[in-house]
Design a protein around this ligand. Sequence first.
Ligand code: HEM
Length: 301
Amino acid sequence: MIESAGGLFAIALRGASLLGTIAVIGGWVFSQFVVVRAAGPAVEPYRGSLAQFGNRLAMAGAALIAALMLPRALVQALAPATPTGPTGPLVLAVLQSAWGIALMLQALAAAMVFAGLRFANVSRRYTRLTEAGIAVLLVAPAFLGHAAADPDRALTSIIVNTLHVAAAGGWIGALLVLTLLARTLRSRDHGGPLLASLIVAFHPLALAGAGTVFATGLATAWLRMGAPEGIANATYSGLFVIKVVLVFVTGAVGASHAKLAKRRVATVDRAAIARTLLGEALLAVLVLLVTAVLTGTAPIA
Ligand code: HEM
C-alpha cells in the first residue's frame, strides 16, 4: 500500500502539504469569519490579537507549503518509476512536467499568502494578494492529485475537489486554530467566556463545513471509483472507508462542542474543552494522513 502510494517520503510530504493547505485556509477563515462573528464583552479586548493568531497559523501553513516544494520534486525525481541519472536534470524534468508546474504555482501562491498577511496593514493590495493566493491553494491539490487527471470529467472533478478542500480547510483548519487557542487560554483570566464565544461563533461554520465536506467527499468518491468503467482498487476503496469512519468519529467528538454552542454557554471548563478539542484535531490530522495515502493510490484497479 505504502509503495503503491509513492513510498513513505512522498506520503509524508504530501500529508504535510495538505496540512499546510488546511492551516492556511483555516487560519484565514478563523480571522475573517470566526473572530468577526464572536460576540460578548470577553471578546472585544482581544479581537485584534485573535485575528493575528489566525493569520499567524495561516502564515505558518504557507511557509510549510513553500518549503516542501523542492523536497517533493526531489522525491518525485528519485521515485523508482523515474529513470536514473544525475539528480539535478531529473528534478528539472519533474519541475517542467504538468505536476511540477502545479507544484511551483502552489509554492508561489503560498508565498503570496505569506506576503499578503505579513504586510496586510500596509495596503488593501496585500489583502487582494492573500485572497488570490488562497484561491490558487484551493485549486492546486486537484492538479497535484487525481482530479485534473480524470480522463472524462476533469472539470467536474477539479470543481468538486476544490470545494472539498475549501470546506475541509474551513472546518478542520479553524478547528486547529481553536485547539491551539484553547491551550493558550487554559491559564488566562476570562479564558472561559472568551473560548465559549469563539466556540459559539465557530459552530455554524463547522456545521456548513462538515456538511459540504461529506457531500463533496461522496461526489469525489463516485467520480474516482464510479462503476461501470472499472473495478475500484480494493486498497483505494478500503482507505476511503477508513477515512469516512475516522471523519464520523471526528464529527462525534465535535458534537460535544456543538451542544455547548447550541446552549450558547457563557463560559466553559477550559481544561476539559482543551482536551476534547485536541482529540478532535488529532483525529482530523489522522484523516489527512489517510488522505495523503488515498490521493497517491490508483482509484481503479
Ligand atoms: C475531516 C474531514 C475531511 C478532510 C480534512 C478531508 C480532506 C481532504 C483533502 C485535503 C483532499 C484533497 C486531496 C487532493 O486532491 O490532493 C481530500 C480528497 C478526498 N476526500 Fe476528503 N476530507 C474529509 C472528509 C471526507 C469525507 C467525509 C469523504 C467521503 C465521504 C472524503 C472523501 C474524499 C475523496 C474521495 C477524496 C479524493 C481523493 C483522490 O483524489 O483520490 N473526504 N480530502
